[in-house]
Design a protein around this ligand. Structure first.
Ligand SMILES: [Cu+2]
Length: 176
């Protein structure tokens, strides 16, 4: 009969398929890692721009667990010196025209908060740190999003385990 060998194959492989489904559901339950942030910060027209010369954004956001790879560039058209100054992390780098500065940092829980960065050249900012205005920006470290509640994945895993148990029982019973 044509159906015979197929159902034997199904009986033999069903437990394996269910075990695979169980592992897949466990993998799905693992929380995703925080995405790393690669960002270029540009000094131009005595202001900071995140991503591009024309960008109005001055805020960089990084989630705890992720690595920030910051590239700071001076794009002034005349020989204007700036600094990339980030007191919270003891960074104070002079950037002459055309200079590039790299700063990498993997965010930990203790970093959570909003930290001002600025240019320390006189006249490029006004006020007092950490409430400067002018050539300033914000580096924001956010808490990692808690992993999703295990409800759905747990139900999947239990269903897969029950399926495996039933299939194994059915297979061994037929062999007797
Ligand atoms: Cu400056």
């Amino acid at each position: 009969m044509w159906g015979g060998p197929v159902s034997v194959m199904t009986r033999r492989f069903l437990p394996m398929v269910l075990v695979a489904a169980l592992f897949a559901s466990l993998l799905l339950a693992t929380p995703a890692e925080a995405a790393d942030v690669n960002v270029t910060l540009i000094a131009k027209s005595i202001a900071w721009h995140v991503g591009a010369d024309t960008s109005a954004s001055t805020t960089i956001t990084v989630t705890v667990g992720a690595t920030l790879r910051l590239r700071v560039e001076n794009h002034e058209t005349s020989a204007t010196t700036h600094t990339f100054t980030l007191p919270q992390f003891s960074v104070n780098q002079t950037l002459n025209l055309g200079n590039v500065f790299f700063w990498n940092h993997t965010a930990v829980a203790a970093d959570v908060g909003s930290w001002q960065f600025y240019c320390a050249i006189p006249g490029h900012t006004s006020g007092t740190y950490p409430a400067l205005s002018g050539m300033v920006g914000t580096l924001q470290f956010a808490s990692a999003t808690p992993p999703p509640t295990p409800g759905f994945e747990a139900v999947l895993a239990i269903a897969a385990a029950v399926g495996v148990a039933l299939a194994v029982r059915a297979t061994s019973r037929r062999k007797k």
